[in-house]
Design a protein around this ligand. Structure first.
Ligand SMILES: [Zn+2]
Length: 173
């Protein structure tokens, strides 16, 4: 009688743990507000990039499990970073995500000087502190085809934040 109930508890216990391990939040470097997550990283290269590379830009590792009964495996998270230039000559290192918690600077989207042919864009701000966090791109043919380009320099990940909390060291003399 108790076994099915215990099994159910165990299922939810393991599920909560593994679900939490999959997520590593990417935060606004300025205010700590959650902007997106490693699980929303996508590969969407711009043909106009000056440089492209895959790197483990964030200190955390993604952790996942194939099934609840298998041991948890670790896999390093590689993100595609691209270096892009705007018409004013400023350079930006950017990652791409398909979901982000941002505030649009305005509702008008421009096709001028776009980094993605047939995608119009608008500027994204952190919804909490309003610093420039990246750009939103939307297909001119399909409003359901969109993504966000986020500035690497304005992000840090939650796991790394934990690493920054260092225990004070006391001198014994
Ligand atoms: Zn912020």
């Amino acid at each position: 009688m108790l076994k099915p109930i215990l099994g159910l508890y165990l299922y939810f216990f393991v599920k909560v743990i593994t679900d939490n391990l999959i997520t590593s939040n990417l935060l606004c470097k300025s205010c700590g507000n959650q902007l997106t997550s490693l699980k929303y990283l996508i590969n969407k290269p711009s043909p106009l990039a000056l440089k492209s590379w895959n790197t483990s830009i964030f200190h955390s590792k993604s952790k996942y499990t194939h099934s609840l009964n298998q041991s948890i495996q670790h896999k390093e998270n590689l993100a595609l970073i691209q270096l892009l230039e705007n018409p004013q000559g400023s350079h930006f290192e950017l990652i791409t995500v398909n979901k982000a918690n941002v505030h649009f600077l305005n509702n008008t989207k421009s096709i001028a000087d776009t980094w993605f042919p047939n995608f119009k864009w608008t500027i994204c701000l952190c919804p909490h502190c309003f610093i420039h966090i990246g750009w939103y791109f939307e297909s001119i043919f399909d409003t359901n085809d969109f993504f966000f380009r986020i500035l690497v320099k304005n992000l840090f990940d939650e796991d790394y934040e934990d690493n920054l909390i260092i225990e004070p060291k006391f001198k014994l003399y």
